[in-house]
Structure formats: structure tokens, C-alpha cells
Ligand binder design. Structure first.
Ligand SMILES: [Zn+2]
Length: 172
């Protein structure tokens, strides 16, 4: 429906924003959160890294919405056929370091790899799901965020986007 994409909306938002959700998702060109969730200007805070891996800067960016404007939802979004996950599996399996700073993404995916490698089925998809669930669990344990959840002011959930169907399935 392409909501909130008019010139009037843009002008109104110049005075301030109050997005209703934070989306923490992958850099993948096929998964822009505003298009996946059919939203427009001022609707979402979006933090995007390879396979929604987190370092301190990314986490600070995710927490910005709940801390500064009271954003009531953090949605961690993994997706089908994640290239970052696929590259990490290749790097770990062959014990070949990824080029440059890509290695930092591989390192951050190691815990999800360790979970997925023991599961049956599709390794990439298992690892996408593991990474999403781990990220949700870790965010829920962040003291500042845990306090907001307890007070009923924040929800943190995780989903998997299907490139094939365009649907997001809640998985955490
Ligand atoms: Zn991806």
C-alpha cells in the first residue's frame, strides 16, 4: 500500500520522528525493512549489518529508539538465503579467513554456526534462525532493555523473511 511516502509526510516529519519499531536486519539488497513491512518515512528505525550481527556501535544504534523516543518494539529480522551466513559457513568450514573486515562478521556469526552445525536440515537456514534467536535472547538480557520489557514498555521479537513468498514468519 506504500503508506507515509508523501511530500506532506516528509515535511511533517522534519519537526520530529516517533517510529513505532526498530528493525535490526541484514544488509541484503532484497530485504529493505521499509519495503518488506510496507512502511514509509518516519515509521522505522533501521539498523542493518551483515546477517544482523552486532558490535557495540550497532547495539547502540538498536537501543537508540527505545532509549530516546520510547520505541516499543525491536524486531530482529533474518532472511532466507542469507549471503553473509553462507560466506561465514564457507570461511569457518574451510578455515579460510574472510577478506578485510568481513572477518568480523564471520567471527560474530560463530555462536550461530556452532548451534546450526549440530542440527539436521538446511545449514544456511538453520544458522539464520539460530542467529536471529540468539540476537533476540541477547537483547532481552541487556539490562536497560530488560527493564523496559519488565515495565511493559518494550517487546523484542525475531522473524525470518522468505524471499520466495514475501512473508515474515515469527520465530522468536
Ligand atoms: Zn543476509
Amino acid at each position: 500500500m506504500h503508506p507515509n511516502q508523501t511530500v506532506q509526510r516528509r515535511r511533517r516529519l522534519a519537526k520530529g520522528q516517533m517510529p513505532f519499531a526498530v528493525v535490526f536486519s541484514c544488509i541484503d539488497s532484497r530485504v529493505p525493512p521499509e519495503i518488506v513491512f510496507d512502511r514509509g518515512l518516519g515509521d522505522l528505525f533501521a539498523t542493518r549489518t551483515g546477517a544482523q550481527t552486532a558490535d557495540a556501535v550497532a547495539l547502540g544504534s538498536v537501543e537508540f529508539g527505545p532509549d530516546e523516543t520510547g520505541t516499543p518494539l525491536i524486531f530482529v529480522l533474518g532472511h532466507e538465503a542469507c549471503g553473509a551466513v553462507t560466506a561465514a559457513i564457507e570461511s569457518i568450514r574451510t578455515n579460510t579467513p574472510a577478506p578485510g573486515h568481513v572477518q568480523a562478521v564471520v567471527d560474530a556469526l560463530r555462536p550461530a554456526y556452532d548451534i546450526a552445525v549440530g542440527q539436521s536440515g538446511d545449514m544456511v537456514d538453520n544458522m539464520v534462525r539460530a542467529q536471529t534467536k540468539l540476537t533476540v535472547a541477547q537483547r532481552k538480557n541487556e539490562p536497560g532493555l530488560a527493564e523496559k520489557i519488565k515495565a511493559g514498555r518494550l517487546m523484542i521479537v525475531g522473524g525470518r523473511y522468505s524471499l520466495t513468498t514475501g512473508r515474515v514468519e515469527l520465530i522468536a
